[in-house]
Design a protein around this ligand. Structure first.
Ligand code: PLP
Length: 357
């Protein structure tokens, strides 16, 4: 059977999400988020995160990231993120565009996780020097771009450095739920309790058609002396200015409500992570296959001989390769990856390995 591990955004959307959209498409509702569904999303997210918060729905993860950060940095600021982050490598110049030309600076660290020692060094460079950009915000990706997951102490080590400098922390949660399920902790523990102030709460990759939520933990910003009302007000204006205030917001809200109902979000992420864990278990014993960074959620980077990559592609399996070092492939499972597909991939890899020995 043919199956693709290209990305988790190649899968469509969960049925419940589409049914909810069809229902929301009936009758009339006030536009621009002045509808009951949008109010419900805020209510559901505030229960989920166990605090008072502000929510801004947008339709892409890039918009969620760059809008969030634009409200946290002045144009002369520098936003510190990992050198391999989506912000730096996969969002064109949207970060600079939305943040008024602020500089995005890559910080190194193993497994695509920011090294807190490096972070501290960068933050303390040329403080107050008008000739240099001034560290203004920190952004972490959870899950990271190589499929690793920050543990809660690892997150805390980074946010402590940020807090000591009074900097807000943003989390790119394009795969938020995959990380949450991997850590088996509460959403509050993985965010504001760990020192994160604003989250791009991703849903699209985990079963929604197109909806992401910018979630602002107001009390968390206040604890750093940052005026949360200003941030929230700015986000409203910035979302509209950036062309991301949907008039038929109810269709986005309906997706998010369905996503958060009956544990759909958790079940979807659980499935994706389970499929990855099976895939990784199957691959790790195959000679010629080398796991790069062990997958903790639903993404795995590994290395294999070029002939094996060629064979798997000819067998009809989809995955990205050629974007990294030669021989590196990326495998991503989704809420809809079939178990038979995982087995088929492992079997084909094993078969090729046996023949070529
Ligand atoms: C997919 C992804 C995003 C969002 O990308 P869009 O294509 O704009 O939806 C953001 N961050 C990470 C780490 C991602 O993988």
């Amino acid at each position: 059977m043919k199956v693709a591990f290209t990305s988790d955004n190649i899968a469509g959307a969960s049925d419940a999400v589409f049914h909810a959209m069809m229902e929301a498409a009936q009758g009339d509702a006030m536009p621009y988020g002045h509808d009951e569904g949008t109010e419900q999303v805020t209510h559901m997210l505030s229960e989920l995160f166990e605090c008072d918060l502000a929510v801004f729905l947008v339709s892409t993860g890039t918009a969620a990231n760059v809008l969030s950060i634009s409200a946290l940095t002045p144009p002369w600021g520098s936003v510190l993120c990992h050198s391999e982050s989506h912000l730096l490598n996969d969002e064109s110049t949207a970060p600079e565009f939305y943040a008024g030309g602020a500089r995005f600076v890559g910080v190194r660290g193993a497994d695509a996780k920011i090294d807190p020692v490096q972070l501290k060094k960068v933050i303390n460079q040329k403080v107050g020097d008008v000739h240099s950009c001034q560290a203004s915000a920190v952004s972490v990706s959870q899950v990271t771009e190589v499929g690793s997951v920050y543990s809660l102490p690892e997150l805390r080590a980074i946010t402590d450095v940020a807090k000591a400098a009074g900097l807000p922390v943003h989390m790119d949660g394009a795969r938020f739920t995959n990380a949450l399920v991997a850590l088996d902790c509460s959403p509050a523990e993985m965010t504001w309790k760990a020192g994160v102030d604003v989250v791009s709460f991703g849903a699209t990759k985990n079963g929604v058609m197109a909806a992401e939520a910018i979630v602002v933990f107001k009390h968390s910003l206040e604890s750093k002396g940052i005026d949360s009302e200003r941030v929230v007000q700015e986000l409203g204006f910035r979302r509209k200015r950036g062309g991301h205030l949907h008039s038929k917001m109810r269709l986005l809200s309906a997706q998010m409500v369905a996503y958060l109902t009956d544990d759909l979000w958790l079940n979807n992420a659980n499935h994706a992570n389970t499929m990855m864990s099976m895939l990784q278990d199957g691959l790790k014993d195959i000679p010629d296959v080398m796991i790069d960074t062990p997958a903790q959620a639903n993404m795995l980077f590994c290395r294999m001989p070029l002939a094996m990559i060629d064979f798997l592609q000819k067998e009809g399996f989809g995955f990205y390769t050629g974007r990294w070092e030669e021989g590196v492939i990326r495998l991503v499972t989704s809420f809809r990856t079939p178990k038979e597909g995982v087995d088929a991939f492992i079997n084909a890899t094993r078969r090729f390995s046996a023949i070529s020995d």
